[in-house]
Write a protein that binds this ligand. Sequence first.
Ligand SMILES: Cc1cc2nc3c(=O)[nH]c(=O)nc-3n(C[C@H](O)[C@H](O)[C@H](O)COP(=O)(O)OP(=O)(O)OC[C@H]3O[C@@H](n4cnc5c(N)ncnc54)[C@H](O)[C@@H]3O)c2cc1C
Length: 247
Amino acid sequence: MRRYLDWQIATVKSIRQETPKVKSFTLALPDWIQHKPGQHYDVRLTAPDGYQAQRSYSIASEPERSGEIDLTVEWIEDGEVSSYMHEVLTVGDQIEVRGPIGGYFVWEAYMGGPLLLIAGGSGIVPLMSMIRHRTATGSKVPVRLLYSSRTLEDVIYYDELMKLQGAKDGLEVFHSLTRLTPAGWAGYSRRIDSQMLVEVAGPLGSKAQAYVCGPTLFVEAVANGLLQFGLTPNQIRTERFGPTGSN
Ligand SMILES: Cc1cc2nc3c(=O)[nH]c(=O)nc-3n(C[C@H](O)[C@H](O)[C@H](O)COP(=O)(O)OP(=O)(O)OC[C@H]3O[C@@H](n4cnc5c(N)ncnc54)[C@H](O)[C@@H]3O)c2cc1C
């Protein structure tokens, strides 16, 4: 029997361009194990001379889809693994992965809510797995998503989020654009601040469970803001993706 920390060879089933800098990869897994929304996989690349590079990528898809997972990867200039996945990997290629990994930054429908999801850039990925899982299970847990992106074209899963919100089953989406806003933009247009947290989190009340994911500095700033807002540390789960905080 395969254990989740064993490496396996996944096959790239399809690739979707989500935004100019972000692609989603559907990977078919010979030894699929059902994941929990919020978990990640490790991807390992091996060069002909034996040099290896390994990075973590959150699972974007819902656990109800069996035999395959979606990873959504942002292209980072000079990034060893992300640029390989964007520039070299094509449908039918094979890639080494292991997972699902992680037990803390997870949410499953039985855990209830209300949920406050806060994402910066590609930090939306594990939160999207939670949202898709909520839809797949028919959960009606109230969810408010606050999602910070640089520009409108950088918003990942924009159409899907609009559609899910349109179902009016308790999911509300709030975008903030930090660099450029289109004419007539009705959402927020600044970095997440305490006023924004009050407006978005306030209606969920004092029992909300918060999940915050994105660049390291983004996560730290938002988590501090949530503590000031009045949530307790055990109501706030965080996942840090990397060194920058420029969303
Ligand atoms: C648990 C976990 C889950 C993650 N999930 C995702 C995901 O779903 N999608 C995704 O795109 N990324 C995700 N990441 C980030 C990912 O693991 C890599 O760090 C990222 O893809 C960069 O790797 P690289 O090899 O391309 O760049 P590297 O070769 O490692 O770095 C190249 C340059 O980019 C900078 N850099 C490294 N990481 C980042 C980053 N995250 N943001 C900005 N600059 C960076 C470095 O400082 C360096 O200057 C996750 C990280 C963790 C820890």
